[in-house]
Write a protein that binds this ligand. Structure first.
Ligand code: GLA
Length: 423
């Protein structure tokens, strides 16, 4: 993200210097999918793709937002915020946040802004959450009120739930606010307690043999000389299927309702539960027969995925990357077969990836129905990885993928401008 370009765009549009810059990152989730709204566990990282805003205060009553990427300008007054439609729809994320901040008692100041970003849109990398968080930082910077960071993430989530109408969990907004460079964030979505897990991963011997249990996909892998990856850095590589997640909104809310239905039925046998998070794998196996087949599949997936996140943290602590990769693969299989939110393209992308030597794990990431996969790849294998995906994915799908080798960045931040300098 080039801040000088943003600054010159701002000056060209408003004939003045911006007073602040804010940036909020997108995210990729390593494991723990569709668990956040079930009070469960997730393990996302903030990536080096973000939404950035340059802004300054205005003296009238108006907020003017210009999106460089949509080439659209939206103007509104803070006391009469209406939803936008069509090409201006992007502005609803900022409007929703402004509404919710005002409802929470914050007195906001009018302002003008230029917004841009390099998070691919509708690709499952949380460009919406990043825009919400960046907007919150901008409005808060001009209202001179400090807000607790976690409160801010929760408020952005509420904006998405209430103003946009997607019943999302807390993961995306939380990681965009709280992420830390070179760390994954292990979050308990009920208590919001979290732990930053260091990600300086290097190939160690445990990786050997750990994938033998998944013979179908890994026959080739198991015959390679894995010692070549010992000491090798591990990178997070995101592959974009380039299929936009059109269905995501409606199917997402449906999945959430199915989980709630499951809890209602299981409560008859387990009166103390309030979410799928409270159901152990053993209890689920005992009572699963009382659930209708589809609900049973959905709940079975979520309960197993929560257990996988906990196991993946253990694997990271033990530096057992092979085990971590196995858990990612099991997660993908569950999302594909039980939660049914994968797609032909996501499955193809994962399958191709898993056949490249030096890929530790691969799975779809985010809500599903298109979007991206996340891959853990040894650095020395990245070139081959990119070549293989670039060759085989279009053969299978007729679509050109995009591949991003990601760095893990820190959460959102505000930079105040004093003349030319940023502080
Ligand atoms: C979307 C939602 C998140 C989470 C994921 C699936 O990204 O915004 O809250 O539920 O899907 O894990």
């Amino acid at each position: 993200m080039n801040i000088e370009t943003l600054r010159s765009e701002f000056i060209a549009r408003y004939a003045a210097q911006p007073e602040i810059f804010v940036r909020a990152p997108g995210r990729v989730n390593l494991i723990g999918e569709h668990t956040d709204y079930n009070d469960g566990f997730v393990l996302p990282v903030a990536i080096d793709k973000c939404i950035a805003i340059a802004a300054r205060k205005r003296n009238d009553q108006n907020v003017i937002l210009h999106s460089l990427d949509f080439n659209s300008t939206v103007e509104f007054t803070l006391d009469a915020i209406q939803r936008s439609a069509g090409v201006d729809g992007w502005s609803n994320y900022a409007k929703g946040v402004a509404c919710l901040l005002q409802e929470a008692g914050y007195k906001l100041s009018p302002c003008e802004a230029v917004i841009t970003g390099d998070i691919p849109i509708a690709a499952g990398l949380s460009s919406s959450a990043a825009l919400e968080v960046a907007s919150a930082l901008m409005f808060l910077a001009f209202s001179d009120i400090e807000m607790d960071k976690i409160e801010m993430a929760l408020l952005c989530q509420r904006a998405e739930n209430q103003f946009i109408g997607v019943n999302c969990g807390i993961m995306d907004q939380f990681i965009s606010v709280m992420g830390q460079s070179d760390h994954a964030l292990f979050l308990d979505c009920r208590s919001l307690n979290f732990e930053l897990v260091p990600l300086h991963l290097k190939g160690v011997l445990e990786v050997e043999g750990s994938r033998s249990q998944s013979k179908r996909d890994f026959q080739r892998y198991s015959t390679v000389d894995k010692s070549r990856f010992i000491g090798d850095e591990v990178k997070i590589v995101v592959c974009n299927t380039k299929v936009k997640r059109e269905l995501a909104g409606s199917e997402y809310n449906k999945r959430r309702a199915e989980c709630e239905r499951g809890v209602d039925i299981l409560k008859r046998f387990l009166p103390n539960i309030t979410a799928l998070r409270d159901v152990s794998v053993e209890d689920f196996n005992k009572y699963a027969e009382h659930l209708p087949p589809v609900t049973r599949k959905r709940c079975g997936y979520v309960i197993a995925e929560n257990a996988r996140v906990l196991a993946s943290i253990e694997a990271l602590r033990a530096r057992n990357l092979g085990r971590f990769g196995d858990l990612m693969q099991a997660s993908h299989a569950g999302l594909r077969d039980e939660y049914e939110v994968s797609s032909v393209e996501l499955d193809a992308m994962v399958e191709i990836a898993l056949n490249v030597d030096g890929v530790i794990g691969a799975r779809m990431t985010g809500a599903g129905f298109g979007g991206c996969t996340v891959n853990l790849v040894y650095e020395s294998a990245i070139e081959e990885f990119i070549q293989t995906i670039g060759l085989q994915y279009p053969k299978k799908t007729d679509i050109q993928p995009e591949i991003y080798v990601c760095n893990v960045e820190s959460g959102a931040a505000t930079y105040r401008c004093f003349g030319e300098a940023l502080r």
